[in-house]
Design a protein around this ligand. Structure first.
Ligand code: SF4
Length: 421
């Protein structure tokens, strides 16, 4: 029985654990899970620590890892997984497209205890490309790939079920500036236009639901037609796909399958609120998992900063799950250091949004108290990267131990503490 089905009639240990961690009433959380407003992705073959994503919960962060055809290093991917979790990533996704993809995925599953997501169509597409062409990928290859990942224990999977013939036609005729930037999306648009057939992940969605029920993985409905530049944001192909995803969320819920919805991508700041509100309306409050969003196209090298700005606003307006950006976004495969920077930046965005939504104030209150007391050891307990903060302080030592080298003996806090009692 799936977690969603169990939640309709009774409490489960996963719900109780998440409720305790989030400080939310257990009964309220059970109702949210049973309605599909919160998902707890957990494949019994992996059994990660339960993580709740959705309404009334703290905003979660995902880090993407994985090899590429140009760079394969299993140890490096495992190190990225370790660093992501160390700096607070709630989930990780293995997006490997190079080397022995099965080996990488299985090693990450073995070494990690947070929910793991994948995009199985990458592997199916690469197999088809090896034999001839991506557009020759068979329906069986698509579904067999999903089943293989499910049997390995993958907790949630991105499946681009909302890319349809109608969406592919819109893309062809829409005059988009940057076409399709999702790998899965571009492969499926090419497949549909080449074969003149409907996307099997859409036409056979019920089969996917059967698999998700049998193996108990959550579905993350991918946004294969997400905009790849701010000028393409909120356009007809993006919205047409979202409407399809709304219908699929309804069908998944009827089948007791936990489902999230993925969102953009490149979106100007003034359209982020609308994007969140439209998803929440069209998909009936399904957890919204956004990539960034990036409110500018020109931040390559600093996309973790641009993504954090967009992510904070999206989170404030109701997005539930932020996929990180790293400084390598749009440039190269991220290094371990890029992954660390990406996770920290996205954790800041999630926390900023949580604060604005009335959550997580305790830690900021403790920091405020430590700042007023000029208690540096205490302050370092609350920062996201204590080693870096300590190193900076050590590098430019203050003359007066309780101040810092920014203002030295005219430290505003010290003066105020002495003069304003
Ligand atoms: S020296 Fe200046 S920057 Fe440093 S703690 Fe005091 S007021 Fe803040």
């Amino acid at each position: 029985m799936t977690l969603m089905k169990s939640a309709r009639s009774s409490q489960t240990p996963e719900i109780e654990e998440v409720a305790k961690k989030e400080g939310i009433d257990t009964e309220r959380l059970r109702r949210l899970v049973s309605k599909g407003r919160v998902v707890i992705p957990q494949n019994p073959r992996h059994s990660p620590k339960p993580v709740g994503i959705g309404e009334d919960l703290s905003i979660k962060v995902n880090a993407n890892l994985g090899s590429s055809p140009d760079h394969v290093d299993l140890e490096e991917e495992l190190e990225k997984a370790k660093v992501s979790i160390e700096y607070g990533s709630d989930t990780i996704m293995d997006l490997s497209t190079g080397g022995d993809i099965d080996e990488i995925r299985r090693a990450i599953l073995k070494e990690t205890d947070v929910p793991l997501g994948t995009v199985p169509i990458y592997q199916a597409g690469l197999l088809a490309a090896k034999k001839g062409s991506l557009v020759d990928m068979s329906e069986d290859e698509m579904f067999n790939g999903i089943e293989k990942h499910a049997k390995d224990g993958v907790d949630f999977m991105t499946v681009h079920c909302g890319v349809t013939m109608e969406g592919a036609r819109l893309i062809r005729d829409s005059g988009r500036k940057v076409g399709v930037v999702s790998r899965g999306g571009s492969w499926l648009v090419s497949w549909i236009l080449h074969n003149g057939m409907e996307n099997p992940l859409y036409s056979n969605f019920d089969y996917l639901l059967e698999m998700a029920k049998e193996h108990e993985f959550a579905i993350s409905l991918g946004d294969g037609l997400r905009p790849g530049c701010i000028a393409d944001a909120t356009d007809a192909p993006q919205l047409q796909e979202l409407i399809v995803l709304g219908e699929l969320v309804k069908r998944a819920r009827e089948a007791d399958v936990q489902t999230m919805v993925e969102g953009p991508g490149h979106v100007p700041l003034n359209q982020i609120e609308a994007n969140v509100r439209i998803e929440k309306t069209v998909c009936d409050g399904a957890p919204f998992y956004v990539l960034g969003p990036l409110p500018t196209d020109i931040a390559a090298g600093f996309d973790h900063l641009a993504g954090a700005i967009g992510g904070a606003l999206a989170g404030y307006y109701g997005a539930d799950f932020l996929c990180y950006m790293t400084p390598a976004e749009h440039i190269s495969l991220p290094t371990v250091e890029d992954v660390k920077q990406g996770v920290i930046g996205t954790k800041i965005a999630a926390h900023v949004a949580d604060l604005a939504r009335g959550r997580g104030w305790e830690i900021d209150m403790k920091m405020a108290k430590a700042r007023k007391s000029l208690d540096w050891d205490e302050m370092f307990k609350y920062v996201l990267n204590p080693e870096m903060a300590k190193e900076k302080r050590k590098k430019m030592k203050p003359k007066l131990e309780d101040t810092c080298s920014m203002c030295g003996d005219v430290c505003a806090i010290k003066l105020a503490n002495e003069l304003v009692k």
